[in-house]
Design a protein around this ligand. Structure first.
Ligand code: AHR
Length: 494
């Protein structure tokens, strides 16, 4: 193949930091995402700490997840927080997700205590669709007020005297759909009203996030940016799911052709186009990028695992999902100036999960390993690069094989993440390292022999992180043999 694959990195340039919150997660009251997946209750036979599964806690601690979004999703707009505090908790029907009975045993205290246990920052989405301004306002008072007030007293009565002082607050979810089927004009007005009474207490300042657009709905972003004063919001969200085939007829998570594999990865890469387009609209109203983009739902969405409750959105996670994660995280890094936070949907047992459980068993998915691999990018400085990648074709689908992101950690290490989406071909990549005198280099990779391979409870480590050494560093020239269908992280030290 005469095509050259070239990567030029200017390691001493760049002034944008990749916010660690781009590597965030999302846990909704959906299927076994919370119940069974995170929370089993103190009396469970499954090993737990105060009701939280010990294995899942440890996996989340090890991954150093920066934030966790809760309680939904669509569930957020039918959730009444007062049902989930204190001794007597009424039940409700989770109408969005399988019509199951929600017993409210996992509520505000359980969520915020979980965040403390795993050392992560909470991000709560309030109910605009079926709630009230008063209800949301009191929830914030309950969580954050440090003084004498009815809500602070109630909190204390329920066992917590100190406020949690949380910052990230979402004002509704998908208000164009499950959150109330509103028009953008109507929602913008509602946002202004709800946000007015979402108070700051003490020195704590809320980071208020307006419920943003669904993927290609640019009008939604435009109207919100036009109608909501910039000083009333800190972020605006965006949801984009990678769905090969169509929404109505989803494809299998594990049984797919090479063409479907490629279709999926091309669709994942369209996140870049989305961020450019929504970002351009935001630039028009907010050239200084004061309002941040929060991609608080992203990931693959396939047909539910055969035999499972379709309302539980449970799916397996193959090497293909790992590649989707690698591509998407590279794109988020690229747009770090505008993108402040992102949340993969969803943490345990739901959609592109990082963890799957079955009874007392737990496994880490290939997607978990990509988040682990990409840790060095968190809070690192984005450094510019120029990539020339060969293209490849499957039937009429044609695309570039390589996707790259480059950053520099505080300790001076240069981080290069590379995704090769060609399922059949190892690629020789020629890198020029400018602005760094590379002396030592280490590599790690997530890959395996089959594009549809996944971890099972019988074989939990089929896909993990392995050491990678197929490179050669000479002066400022670095040659890398990037394996087919792989996600790679190289770290170069001076
Ligand atoms: O993540 C599953 C669902 O997808 C969320 O509840 C909703 O916000 C989106 O439509």
């Amino acid at each position: 193949n005469a095509q050259t694959n070239r990567l030029i990195i200017n390691a001493d340039q760049g002034d944008v930091t990749i916010n660690k919150h781009i590597y965030g997660h999302f846990a909704e009251h959906l299927g076994t995402g919370i119940y069974g997946g995170i929370w089993v209750g103190k009396d469970s036979d499954i090993a737990n700490q105060d009701g939280y599964r010990s294995d899942v806690l440890q996996a989340l601690i090890d991954l150093e997840i920066p934030n966790l979004r809760w309680p939904g999703g669509c569930f957020a707009d039918e959730y009444h927080w007062t049902d989930g505090i204190g001794e007597d908790r009424p039940t409700m029907v989770n109408t969005h997700w399988g019509g199951v009975t929600e017993d409210n045993s996992f509520g505000t205290h359980e969520f915020l205590d979980l965040c403390e246990k795993i050392g992560t920052v909470p991000y709560i989405t309030g109910n605009v669709g079926s709630g009230s301004v008063d209800e949301m306002s009191k929830w914030i008072e309950y969580i954050n007020f440090d003084g004498i007030s009815p809500m602070a007293k109630l909190r204390e009565k329920n066992g917590r005297s100190e406020p949690w002082n949380i910052e990230y607050w979402g004002v509704g979810n998908e208000s164009w759909g499950c959150g109330g089927n509103m028009t953008p004009e109507y929602y913008a007005n509602e946002y202004r009203r709800y946000a007015t009474f979402a108070r700051n207490y003490g020195g704590n300042k809320l980071f208020k996030i307006a419920g943003g657009a669904n993927d290609w709905d640019f009008r939604w972003t435009e109207v919100l940016m036009r109608d909501i004063p910039l000083n009333m919001m800190d972020g605006i969200s965006l949801h984009y799911y990678t769905i090969p085939g169509t929404w109505e007829k989803k494809q299998s998570a594990t049984d797919f052709t090479k063409k479907q594999f490629l279709e999926t990865l091309i669709k994942a890469g369209r996140m870049d186009e989305l961020l450019v387009k929504h970002g351009t609209i935001m630039d028009k109203f907010d050239p200084n990028k004061k309002v941040k983009l929060i991609i608080d739902e992203w990931g693959t969405w396939f047909e539910a695992t055969p035999g499972s409750n379709p309302g539980f959105l449970q799916q397996q996670n193959t090497l293909r999902d790992a590649l989707v994660a690698g591509i998407t995280l590279n794109v988020f890094n690229k747009h770090a100036e505008r993108v402040h936070m992102a949340n993969l949907a969803q943490t345990v047992n739901v959609l592109q999960a990082i963890i799957l459980t079955e009874g007392d068993q737990m496994l880490l998915t290939p997607t978990y390993h990509v988040f682990d691999l990409y840790k060095p990018h968190k809070d690192a400085k984005l450094v510019p690069h120029h990539l020339t990648s060969e293209k490849f074709k499957i039937d009429e689908l044609e695309t570039e094989a390589l996707h790259v992101s480059t950053s520099r950690s505080e300790d001076g290490m240069l981080n290069i993440s590379i995704v090769n989406i060609n399922p059949d071909k190892e690629i020789n990549l020629d890198c020029v390292l400018r602005g760094i005198k590379g002396k030592r280099i280490t590599g790690q990779v997530v890959t395996t022999d089959a594009m549809d391979a996944y971890n099972t409870f019988d074989n939990k480590n089929r896909i993990g992180i392995e050491e990678f050494k197929n490179f050669n560093l000479k002066g400022d020239n670095l040659q890398v043999k990037v394996p087919s269908k792989s996600v790679l992280m190289l770290r170069v030290a001076e």
